[in-house]
Design a protein around this ligand. Structure first.
Ligand SMILES: Nc1ncnc2c1ncn2[C@@H]1O[C@H](COP(=O)(O)OP(=O)(O)OP(=O)(O)O)[C@@H](O)[C@H]1O
Ligand SMILES: [Mg+2]
Length: 473
């Protein structure tokens, strides 16, 4: 049987077909807001853009890199973000917006090539060795405050030399780190190739109403200053501030409980590769009196170690009951019968973890807890960080690759200490909470995601204009 050839019922419209073949493709970029427009118009080779959260930095840079790639033939462009995941967001945004002019795309290499021979490749700076050997005409560094300084010095800056490439570094301040130094160079008239821009989130007219006021109410003042006002604070708005003034001496080996004092223990159970840490606090002196870290994964052994400590201090043990935590808590409860200690389970969610973190944050900031000079613990507290999720919630944790078991164990014990036993303890906590005037946060969903990039046909403009720009290919 031969092929069935369909009979074309409609005559071909030759004029229309020809038109289709000869019509150039027009890519319309977004309409920048006034602040974005000012940065687009800068001719500096290196632009450092330090703006508040949700200012429109990523959208701005996506449009800028696309404009560069499409207006220059065979341009090599690169997009670098701290992690592969962040880079992939920009990749997806641009892939979707430019589907009509993409000639090659690779979701694994994160590379897009266009009809004019230009390309954009997306990288992560945590794997900056993979960028070595590339040369770029145009480079974007997104979330630049989290980009490894070595990545810039050793790989990215040299990659711009051959082609005298341009760079756009965008981000929100994170203390006076590498990004601040780039920003300072941009602001220094002694570097005419450089320019710096600084603006708060409120300059984005597309920011949903009430968003900034809500953020201000819900986060510590310096976090707000850093994240929304885009201020380069002397000390980065890390999570725990004033740690040093809470450290009192070294941990005493085999500390003996004092009769009449209550003790609370916090236990972060080891799961997989991490450590089990148990911390004991004296509720009367609010002092850390015992601390043990071990990576024995056999749960029965872990339970015995903790049960011995809890028995010695006759303490209530607060522990994470998520996942494997719950059966382990049952084991500990069973081990505790007749030994004079109790077990309280604490279910970890983003919201409940935030409560733990903020209680410890307040205790450390107001000096209502005494810690010991325990290197692992103090270091974990210092590097503990937060991220702001797309729906503007604070998400707490250790930086990638670091541990937070000691910090979590302390948080659990500190939380336990704040639970009503003595009226005075409770009222101190309440008072401090009230002083800060912060309501407990409920996680919110981003109900109105905004358009990311528009493509439509418009009039030709070469320069960036408020009403948008289109590129003809
Ligand atoms: N010119 C614009 N037109 C329309 N919407 C815009 C414009 N600029 C920014 N937005 C919107 O503002 C929001 C934030 O944009 P974007 O994600 O680019 O900000 P950001 O500064 O990179 O934020 P983050 O600090 O969270 O990384 C998005 O919803 C985006 O669509
Ligand atoms: Mg962004």
């Amino acid at each position: 049987m031969g092929e069935v050839i369909p009979i074309r019922k409609k005559p071909i419209n030759v004029a229309q077909a020809l038109d289709k073949m000869t019509t150039k493709k027009r890519i319309t970029l977004y309409k920048p807001h006034a602040g974005q427009l000012k940065i687009h118009k800068s001719k500096a080779r290196f632009r450092v853009v330090a703006c508040g959260r949700r200012y429109g930095k990523t959208l701005f840079a996506c449009n800028e890199i696309v404009k560069y790639a499409l207006e220059h033939k065979t341009a090599e462009c690169g997009w670098v973000a701290p992690t592969y995941r962040q880079s992939k967001l920009a990749y997806r945004l641009i892939r979707r917006a430019l589907k009509d002019v993409i000639t090659y795309k690779s979701d694994s290499e994160l590379r897009l090539e266009f009809e004019n021979g230009s390309s954009i490749t997306f990288f992560s700076s945590d794997n900056y060795d993979a960028i070595r050997g590339n040369g770029f005409h145009f480079l974007v560094l997104d979330e630049c405050a989290d980009i490894n300084e070595k990545a810039w010095n050793e790989v990215l800056r040299p990659a711009l030399s051959d082609k005298r490439g341009k760079a756009l570094m965008i981000g929100t301040p994170k203390g006076r780190n590498f990004f601040f130094r780039l920003f300072a160079r941009g602001a220094d008239p002694g570097f005419p190739d450089w320019a710096a821009f600084n603006a708060p989130s409120s300059d984005n007219p597309y920011m949903p109403e009430g968003e900034i006021e809500t953020a201000k109410r819900e986060m510590p003042e310096d976090t707000y200053q850093q994240e929304y006002m885009a201020v380069f604070l002397e000390e980065s708005a890390g999570v725990f501030k004033g740690i040093d003034k809470c450290i009192r001496g070294d941990l005493e080996e085999d500390y003996q409980p004092i009769t009449g004092h209550d003790y609370i223990a916090g236990w972060d159970v080891a799961k997989f590769q991490d450590y089990s840490v148990v911390t004991v606090l004296d509720c009367h002196t609010r002092e850390l009196v015992a601390w043990k870290r071990f990576n024995q994964i056999d749960y029965k052994v872990q339970v015995e170690i903790v049960a011995d400590i809890a028995e010695k201090f006759k303490s209530t043990v607060y522990m994470d009951s998520t996942g494997v935590g719950s059966p382990v808590a049952e084991l500990l409860k069973a081990a505790g019968s007749g030994r004079g200690f109790q077990v309280e389970e604490y279910l970890f969610t983003n919201a409940s973890k935030k409560v733990l973190v903020e209680k410890l944050q307040i205790a450390i900031q107001y000096g209502t807890i005494w810690l010991k000079n325990i290197e692992v613990l103090i270091n974990e507290l210092r590097i503990y960080e937060y991220q702001i999720s797309p729906s503007r919630n604070l998400i707490y944790g250790a930086p990638k690759g670091a541990h937070d078991d000691a910090a979590t164990s302390l948080m659990l014990a500190n939380y336990g200490m704040s639970q009503p036993r003595g009226a005075l303890m409770w009222s101190v906590e309440e008072y401090v909470q009230e002083e800060l005037g912060r309501a407990q946060e409920k996680p919110k969903e981003d109900k109105n995601p905004r358009p990311v990039m528009e493509i439509e046909k418009l009039e030709m403009e070469e320069e960036w204009k408020e009403e948008g720009v289109w590129i003809e290919l």
